[in-house]
Structures are given as C-alpha cells and as structure tokens.
Design a protein. Structure first.
Length: 490
C-alpha cells in the first residue's frame, strides 16, 4: 500500500510539474513573442483581425459554413472563419460594442508606413483605394485625396496619363489612385487579391434612406421635376403640397425602375451597372457582399457565360501582381479635382487597353451582387469585408473635428491643413446643403415625415432593412476606430 501511494504521489508531482512548465511557456509566448510576430507582418494583416463584438440581444446567429468551405477555386485564409461565431445579425435597435485589438497597426501615418519604399518590398508602392458609394460624400473625399497626394508629392492628372502612354512614367508614381464604384466587391477579396495588401483602404457610408433619396433628387425624376428649394419648403404652401403629391407617386415608381433609362430587369445579371443612377435596393450592403464561390454563384443563378467570367479573372486563376498604370485613375486637371478621367471604370468611357480587366486595383475582378439576398450570409459577408478597411467613415460626420483629424492622421497629413475635411466647402454634386447635425443625418427622412409620406418612408425602410442594419454596424465600427485612434494619440 505504501509503495502504491508513493507511485500516485510521484505521478501527481509529475503532472503538476508539466502543467507549471506549460503555463510558463504560454506566458512567455503570449507576453513577449506575440507582439513581435504581429508587427513583423503588420503591413500584410487585415486591419481588424481579432474584432470582439459584445452582443446583448442577438436575433439570429450567422451560419456561413457553406461559403467557408474550401473549394477548387478558393483557398480562404482563417481571418474570415475566425469571425464566424463572433458576428451576429441583430435588429437595428440592438446595442453592441466593437473592441479593436490593442496590437493592431497604429492609425497615425498609415499612408507613409503602408507605402514605404524598401528592398524587402522590392521598392513597391501600392494603391490608395477608395470604395466610392454614390451620394455618400465620395466627391468631397475624392478632392481631399487629390490634395493628400499632392502633399506627398504625387500628381495624378490627364497630363500624367499621357506621359504614361509615352513610356515616361515619373518616379513618384509609386502610389496609384483607384476608386471602386460601379461593381460589387467580392467579400473574400482581402484574402485572395495580392493588391489588397498593397493598398490603403478607405470607405464612406451613409444612412441608406438618406443616400437613396439623395440619388433620387440628384439623378432621378426628383431632380428634373421637383429640385428641393429650402427657402420654399414648408414656407410656400403650394410648393410644399405639390411636392408631397408628386413624391407620393414618383418615389415608388423610381423604386420599381419605371420610366428610367435602365430598369431593374436590365440590372439583374449585369456586372457593370448594378450600382449607378437608378435605384438598387440594399445598395451599400450589396456593394460589399459580392460573391464568387461556386456555391454562391449557383444560388445567384448565373449563366455559364457569367460563371466563366467570374472564375477566369478570379485572383486564384489570374495574375494581378504587376501594376497596369494606365488602367488606374487620374484627375481631369488640377483646377477641377472633383472630376475623374474615367478611362477604366465608367461604362462607355473605358479605353481599349482597359476593356478586358477594367481598372487595375484591388477587387476589380468580377463578382456577383445581384439577386435575392440571404439575410444571414450577405450581412455576414458585408460586415466581414468592412472590417478589413483602414478607415470606415460616416457621411454625416465628415466635417466633424474628430473624424476629420482621424482621417488626417491615417493619411499622414497635418490636422490643421487647408484641405482638412473639417474645412471643406460643399462640392458641385451637393444637391442640398445641410446646415446642422440634424439635417446632415435626417434631412430626407424628416422631409417625408413632414410631408405626411410615412407610407413611402416605410416602403423604403422595408426594402432596405438589411442595409439599415449593416449601416448601424458601420456606425459602431467607425466609433470603435476613432476611440482606438484617440487612445493611441492622446
């Protein structure tokens, strides 16, 4: 019995010893080695690799097993899968917080660090990548980026484009400017497109109802028949009543594609025109929820020709490592930086050398964003892709000091520069100048409510419910980024 008891004590002592040793090794690895491993690769990791989302009232869990399975076309890295159990689809009233990891790449001077020339990177530059959502402040940001690049001694105008054609590309063309506007982005792009890791990625989002109605009054029939006159609105009874009568009929027709140069039937199945001057439901969600996996394409009911196009130009099948400077984007001229020379992106304006592949930049390969949305998977896809951007901005806050200073720090320019977003004047594309915070966030929803058009407002909210939910998530992510930036720079 004594020998048996002694053996048991020896075994327990060994187990305790092993546990203590393993514990010490774990502390050493997590405390000392992990930060070193991260920062040796920080330029090439997704921005938010360990997002933690605190959920208080989850309506339904996200399950994306089918899209996360490996296939003969895709080899997806773990950054997508690790979020599978962290992100829930929640109703718009749910409160949640998004916490960024302390060891992520600092926001200050990301422009300089992302595009730093080095032998290790073969002195490569990269792309200033802007996901331009129509009627969400994109033109203002385009002008801002023009000034940012000039600050960094980079010019991008038509004369430079002509110089590239003659083989005289200047040495400061290490950073290319690219806007992604007219086609959906493959939600898996960050894990498969080598150009993504060579980019500084910026996106701006706007409340869906505000963005839709801004489009209606900018390029829809509202622009032609009833442009908004704030001096007459609610003051001139005839003007206000006639506008209400008109909008009650015109907005539902616009949503159905009636009387437009391009109907909904033409948009379905068309890669180039899903995001343009017409109405597309859940616009911003679809823009980031494009898919290219065989399972998803089958559900989207693509034709054999469309399937072949997606797979042929997918980064796993096509080499995108060598930049094509003439198929990036240029400003028309220095005195009008709000206009781009659309030689590679805008349908009908593409130059011969850019016809096959379009613009040379991250995520410009074909993916599918049309068709019926899957409430779980499409929201999950858009949220996953959104987290990989360096800066997520909100339109109504573009002129706020905090967001303007945050963007200045990311772009590596002085906060008090003359071109700061906090000092920006409205661009020519601004249909109605908003004078206070309420108008910047609620102008068009207040317009419908004040005109007694709650039924029209409900129609828009119903059709774009998922996009509204996605936008609230974007607001939380924006808040988390600015909070983290303040911690880093205080």
């Amino acid at each position: 019995m004594k020998e048996e008891g002694l053996s048991i004590r020896i075994m327990l002592t060994r187990k305790i010893y092993i546990i203590v040793v393993l514990g010490i090794l774990y502390l050493i690895i997590t405390r000392y080695l992990r930060p070193t491993l991260y920062y040796t690769q920080q330029r090439y990791q997704p921005l938010i690799s360990q997002t933690t989302i605190t959920k208080h009232k989850v309506a339904r869990p996200v399950k994306a097993e089918e899209d996360l399975r490996s296939s003969n076309i895709h080899n997806i890295v773990n950054f997508t899968k690790q979020h599978q159990d962290e992100v829930g689809v929640v109703d718009s009233g749910t409160e949640r917080t998004i916490n960024l990891p302390d060891d992520h790449e600092p926001y200050l001077n990301r422009f300089q660090r992302r595009f730093a020339s080095s032998k290790a990177r073969n002195k490569k530059g990269g792309y200033l990548f802007f996901r331009h959502m129509r009627k969400a402040g994109g033109t203002s940001l385009r002008v801002y980026f023009h000034d940012v690049m000039l600050y960094h001694n980079i010019t991008r105008n038509v004369n430079d484009f002509r110089g590239v054609k003659g083989g005289r590309e200047p040495p400061n063309y290490q950073v290319y400017y690219i806007e992604h506007e007219f086609i959906p982005m493959d939600w898996r792009c960050p894990s498969v497109d080598p150009r993504w890791t060579e980019s500084l990625r910026i996106i701006v989002l706007r409340h869906p109802i505000e963005r839709h109605l801004s489009e209606f009054f900018f390029s829809g029939s509202g622009n032609k028949y009833y442009p908004i006159d704030k001096e007459q609105l609610y003051v001139n009874k005839t003007y206000t009543t006639d506008m209400a009568t008109y909008l009650e009929k015109a907005i539902p027709k616009w949503m159905k594609g009636i009387g437009q140069h391009r109907s909904k039937d033409n948009v379905e199945g068309n890669f180039e025109t899903i995001f343009s001057r017409h109405y597309t439901d859940n616009f911003q969600l679809r823009a980031l929820a494009g898919c290219s996996s065989p399972q998803c394409l089958a559900k989207k009911k693509v034709t054999d020709e469309q399937y072949e196009r997606v797979t042929k130009y997918h980064p796993n099948s096509y080499n995108y490592t060598k930049p094509v400077p003439r198929c990036t984007q240029y400003y028309r001229n220095e005195d009008k930086p709000s206009a781009l020379f659309e030689q590679c992106a805008k349908p009908g304006h593409v130059k011969d050398e850019c016809v096959t592949l379009g613009c040379d930049g991250p995520c410009f390969y074909p993916s599918v964003g049309w068709g019926k949305l899957d409430e779980n998977k499409d929201l999950f896809r858009a949220q996953t892709l959104l987290r990989q951007f360096d800066a997520v901005l909100i339109t109504s806050k573009l002129e706020d000091n905090d967001q303007a200073d945050f963007l200045s720090d990311v772009m590596g320019v002085p906060r008090d520069s003359d071109f700061s977003m906090a000092r920006r004047a409205p661009t020519a594309n601004t249909g109605v100048e908003k004078t206070d915070k309420r108008e910047k966030s609620w102008f068009y929803r207040d317009l419908l409510a004040n005109l007694g058009l709650n039924s029209v407002l409900s129609l828009l909210e119903g059709e774009n419910r998922l996009e509204i939910e996605f936008f609230h998530y974007a607001e939380k992510l924006n808040e988390a980024m600015i909070h983290q930036w303040k911690r880093e720079t205080r």
